[in-house]
Design a protein around this ligand. Sequence first.
Ligand code: GDP
Ligand code: IMO
Ligand code: MG
Length: 423
Amino acid sequence: MPVTVVVGSQWGDEGKAKVIDHLAAAHSHVVRFQGGHNAGHTVVVGDQKYALQLIPSGVLYEHVTPVIANGVVVDLPTLFDEIDRLEARGVSCSRLKISSQAQLIFPWHQAADAIAEAGRGENKIGTTLKGIGPAYADKARRVGIRAGETLDKAKFLAKVKARAAEEQVVLTALGGDVLDVDAIVNQFDAYADRLRPYIVDTVGLLHDALESNCEVLLEGAQATFLDIDHGTYPFVTSSNPTAGGASTGTGIGPRLINRVVGIAKAYCTRVGSGPFPTEALDNYGDAMVEIGREFGTVTGRRRRPGWLDLVMLRHAVRLNSLTEWAITKLDVLDTFDVIKVCVAYKVNGKEISGYPDTIDALAEVEPVYVEIPGWKRSLAGVTRESDLPPSAIALIKLIEEHTNIPVTLVGTGAGRDDLLVRE
Ligand code: GDP
Ligand code: IMO
Ligand code: MG
């Protein structure tokens, strides 16, 4: 009963959804284990593009049961809107299961996110303003409300009303908006009815499936360096996107996980603030953004571009016990004269080992680059390694050499079939 985990290995938007869509063909369950609608996961099938926020990226396959597990924070209006939009396009969401233990996001979380960001001034994190941080904070403070609580509607609505009143005091003190408590209660009254059919004990569901030899795929959102413990704190999200989060976020213990696929772009991007040693503030960076269409799926923000950083990827291998790489967006570099890859960090002219454990230390490092000549031809349609140009193979080998795990998948375009599977 093998379990596969897919995690982002940089700062998000690595192309996780595309790889998950590929792997989902051979899995029965695809499970989101953390994060919420801050995620923007894009799957392209033919001329159809699906931008998913909460619904697991396996939903396009009829044989897949999509599961939103206990570690996720769920924004109900976004969830229902996503279901409606998918169903209008002929994608059934009737198989969707949502954990009774998943936390719900409420309007006061979004209000608190906006106030906190405004208050940070120049030090703002650049959050997606979806209320993710405040919702996880409420979970940690043990005042959050779980999806399963909607099943006892009178009790649920009384709790929503009480929490809204408490939060109003805080928001008022901070100069925030006045919540329309009655409107919120009415809204969640209707949401509770709509949510009911999807709620299950996903821990039991997943273990029963595993005991029947089903193949389960756990879908990471965000990424290793946005992890609240291991990322570039405080410029991180409020969950654990690293592989350990897949266990706590689903109730599947680590011994059952036998494959951990790290997703990395052939370059790197980050949305929002925080240190970025290999950031490319030049024409190469502009080309990455333009050719790679590096604008956020959720917020539309321009992503900050930079070169591939193998020091980061080595650290991601350690943090996640990665077993292999999927390297995406190789085709974005098709026209580049030269491709820079960071292979080490120096501080005061001396190479350092390991990964800096604070953002101040990370801001000090000077990347050491090797340069690979560009292949200067289109990789479109390449699905066999023998058709890759030698310098593209050199880049793949460099990643393997510096991280000690194999590259098994290579993305050569946005479409479902634009993928090279290596033996
Ligand atoms: P995720 O958040 O990690 O799932 O990634 P996003 O969907 O936010 O961003 C990745 C973007 O790159 C999407 O627009 C994908 O369609 C696209 N994409 C994924 N893999 C490739 C690839 O190999 N080549 C190209 N050109 N685009 C890709
Ligand atoms: P996917 O799953 C890229 C970033 C935000 C901000 C920080 C905290 O599509 O890779 P939050 O709203 O989570 O409190 O914001 O994390 N961020 C992402 N960046 N991809 C994502 O998701 C992200 N989700 C959050 O930009 O810097
Ligand atoms: Mg994304």
